[in-house]
Design a protein around this ligand. Structure first.
Ligand code: HEC
Ligand code: HEC
Length: 248
């Protein structure tokens, strides 16, 4: 009898959690449709609502680690972005967009397909795992140190044009699918920023495109320099030299 009650209680608890989640996701649906209508109704939504299995997340991530590395830190030359610590919603949306060819990524495409890693459950598992990894203590930074005129100008550009979506500390917004950019590699961010400005990243947020269309290459370098130098909160960073123990 006791057992039955606890089952009923946990079912009720789960129902209340999932219905409050559903409220949020209705809001997301309209937000997201604007810049990702091909995928949002499908995989993104499904994966967002599945409970993650850590063991499978570790297994699936092994494929990804060939490029994004076992720690999820990417490479300082910017070829591979850091994924560790990114919002799970952002990881899911980007992965779904890449799978649906809504964001071009020929290098990764074959590895991201359902045939390779599995369906929405695999997406839910691997993104939950990645989002919980601690971040790179040494991300690639732009060349202008704090106090230089370029740093100062970059900060002003950032404060005036980016905080509304990416936040003052580069933290992004998980509910709205706005990426965290704090701690990301300078070289990767430059490429994405340029592609978004010039219309090459097809899944880009149209409001961001509008906001940055007047940016010269010099402005771009200064604003990304600043973004790459925003300190990552201590609680989110791994110690220097940390190696992922899940792959001993
Ligand atoms: C063969 C190399 C390769 C493999 C394997 C790979 N990726 Fe990628 N991934 C890339 C590259 C390159 C980019 C950046 C593309 C660009 O510049 O637009 C990327 C970008 C991403 C992004 C977007 C990041 C962002 O900040 O927007 C996500 C999410 C991602 N990968 C997840 C994964 C996951 C999950 C796996 C495993 C299932 C995986 N990748 C496997 C090469 C790879
Ligand atoms: C209106 C909201 C908005 C504004 C303003 C905005 N962004 Fe974005 N930004 C986004 C969204 C949303 C994405 C992800 C787009 C997608 O889904 O592919 C993004 C992506 C990026 C990326 C690529 C991140 C990645 O992981 O691939 C960088 C870098 C970036 N923004 C920098 C900036 C900077 C710097 C500014 C200010 C000059 C700025 N953004 C202004 C919403 C915004």
């Amino acid at each position: 009898m006791k057992k039955n009650i606890s089952i009923i209680l946990s079912v009720l608890f789960l129902l209340s959690v999932s219905s409050s989640y559903a409220d949020k996701s209705t809001k997301q649906a309209t937000d997201v449709k604007v810049w990702s209508d091909t995928t949002h109704s499908g995989e993104t939504d499904k994966a967002m609502h599945l409970k993650a299995d850590k063991k499978n997340g570790i297994e699936v991530y092994e494929v990804c680690s060939a490029c994004h590395l076992l720690e999820g830190w990417g490479t300082v030359d910017g070829t591979f972005p850091q994924l560790a610590g990114q919002h799970r919603s952002v990881l899911i949306k980007q992965l779904a967009d890449i799978r649906a060819l809504n964001r071009d990524n020929p290098t990764m495409y074959p590895f991201a397909l359902p045939e390779s890693i599995g369906d929405e459950q695999a997406m839910a598992d691997v993104t939950d795992y990645i989002a919980k990894l601690k971040m790179n203590p040494n991300n690639h930074k732009g060349k202008w140190a704090k106090g230089t005129p370029e740093f100062v100008k970059g900060k002003k550009l950032y404060d005036d044009n980016c905080t509304e979506c990416h936040g003052k500390a580069g933290e992004g917004d998980a509910i709205k699918f706005y990426p965290k950019i704090v701690g990301q590699h300078y070289s990767y961010m430059i490429r994405q920023f340029e592609w978004i400005r010039d219309g090459k990243r097809r899944n880009a947020n149209p409001d961001m495109v509008k906001q940055i269309k007047g940016f010269s290459d010099a402005d771009m370098a200064m604003v990304i320099n600043y973004a790459s130098r925003i300190p990552v909160p201590k609680k989110d960073v791994a110690p220097v030299g940390w190696q992922n123990p899940d792959y001993d």
